[in-house]
Ligand binder design. Structure first.
Ligand code: ZN
Length: 436
């Protein structure tokens, strides 16, 4: 089995290209970068200077001091973002602004220099090498109109590899997208997990041939098992997973041919897992909150940033032979787990596993609402044309077997047409006592 191409990326970064990467060499490199990151943040950022002083950190010895560093939160980013920038605004090449739904406070802004974006390009380039060869075609179902957005950077990375790329945009109309992909006949498809599943299901329904697609890269949202399974069954292609957020610099980690977790971009990112309640560090194998430290980011470095994503690191080496750390499949966000009044909790990824396994379903929206003193889970199902009632019955049957919903009324409706969502998946909250 071929080792992950990230071995090459990280070998180049740490200056060890002539021999197999060792864990000790990566750890030495990360310790050195962490020391200089902390020194530079203290010099250049008022926010970090205050935080490091308050934590009593003068200088770091090495990775053993990582857990003494203060954590950074999304609230810090919103309130103090500009104070975290370590370069002059003239050197900022791109600012990404994120407004989260339901939040009325300041927007979250992340600042990147050209050097930061170049490192993301390098990661995209090497990550894609295992999926596509020069002269082949990749269809990118991501937004790409903004310069240096994920879709745009990916297209630039593919251009370097003499690979043809076509930015098709997000899939909101699976019928139109299925026709576009069938016409283009790409070798590789890249996009949001549920959107690509909807596209593949619609193509099968319309008897459109997507056979040239030999691999897919799922990105930009957590990846339910039911989606991977559905795509492999429908297209018989290899399915790769990517983990990345704006905070990780768009690229974070990608799996290898062994498909046993995403190899992390350890030349640029230090990833740890903490207990979300106590903030205590957790060992490989234990599930908790993913925390990232950017080791090379020049524009707006992040020290121990709490992503809010639920995941775990995998212990040991990968079957591909690489010692680069691996992140298991991310299973959603902690703020998307909703307590239920009758006890227990409801998490959208669990609904995804139950419902997206139904072959006629393209997508669904979910919200929790008040209902005559009780609570109601409202699900609106988007299905293949002609499959609405059958999918609704099958969904009702699946949900009766879900213990958390024993005391929750479930209302299932059908969407008027086959248009789907085009953003990250969210469990909407409409219960008055739970409103943010
Ligand atoms: Zn591997």
């Amino acid at each position: 089995m071929k080792s992950t191409p990230l071995d090459k990326l990280i070998g180049q970064a740490i200056g060890e290209t002539n021999r197999p990467l060792s864990r000790a060499a990566i750890d030495r490199y990360q310790a050195e970068r962490l020391r200089s990151l902390v020194a530079s943040c203290r010099d250049r950022s008022a926010f970090y200077r205050r935080a490091l002083t308050a934590a009593g950190i003068d200088r770091l010895r090495g990775l053993e001091d990582l857990h003494a560093l203060p954590l950074t939160t999304e609230a810090d980013l919103r309130a103090h973002g500009p104070e975290m920038v370590c370069v002059s605004l003239d050197d900022v090449a791109r600012i990404v602004t994120l407004h989260s739904s339901g939040t009325t406070g300041a927007a979250k802004r992340l600042y990147f220099t050209a050097e930061d974006l170049e490192r993301t390009l390098d990661f995209f380039h090497l990550g894609m090498e295992q999926m596509v060869d020069p002269g082949q075609t990749v269809a990118i179902c991501l937004p790409g109109t903004t310069p240096d957005s994920t879709g745009h950077l990916l297209a630039r990375a593919l251009e370097r590899m003499q690979v043809n790329s076509h930015l098709l945009g997000l899939v909101s109309d699976p019928q139109a997208a299925a026709h576009a992909v069938a016409e283009l006949r790409p070798d590789v498809l890249v996009g949001f997990p549920v959107q690509l599943l909807a596209l593949a299901r619609m193509a099968a329904h319309l008897r459109l041939n997507l056979a040239p697609v030999r691999s897919m890269l799922l990105c930009s949202d957590y990846i339910p098992d039911s989606v991977c399974h559905g795509l492999r069954q429908l297209l018989g292609c290899e399915v790769f997973s990517h983990y990345g957020t704006v905070e990780t610099g768009l690229g974070g980690g990608v799996d290898c041919a062994a498909h046993c977790g995403c190899h992390l971009r350890e030349s640029d990112l230090l990833v740890e897992i903490i207990d979300p309640r106590t903030a205590a560090p957790l060992a490989a194998g234990q599930w908790g909150e993913i925390v990232i430290t950017t080791l090379t980011r020049t524009g707006m470095p992040l020290i121990r940033y709490r992503t809010g994503d639920r995941g775990r690191l995998l212990a040991g080496s990968c079957p591909c032979g690489s010692v680069i750390r691996r992140l298991d499949r991310v299973t959603g966000r902690f703020n998307q787990v909703r307590p239920l009044r009758g006890g227990g909790q409801l998490a959208l990824p669990e609904l995804d596993e139950l419902l997206l396994a139904l072959p006629g379903l393209l997508d669904f929206s979910a919200s929790l609402a008040d209902d005559h003193g009780g609570e109601q889970l409202r699900l609106c199902l988007t299905t293949l044309p002609g499959h609405g009632e059958a999918v609704r019955r099958a969904a009702a049957d699946q949900l009766t077997r879900y213990p958390a919903l024993r005391e929750v009324e479930v209302a299932l409706t059908l969407a008027p047409g086959p248009l789907i969502h085009y953003a990250k998946r969210v469990l909407h909250e409409q219960r008055k006592d739970q409103a943010p």
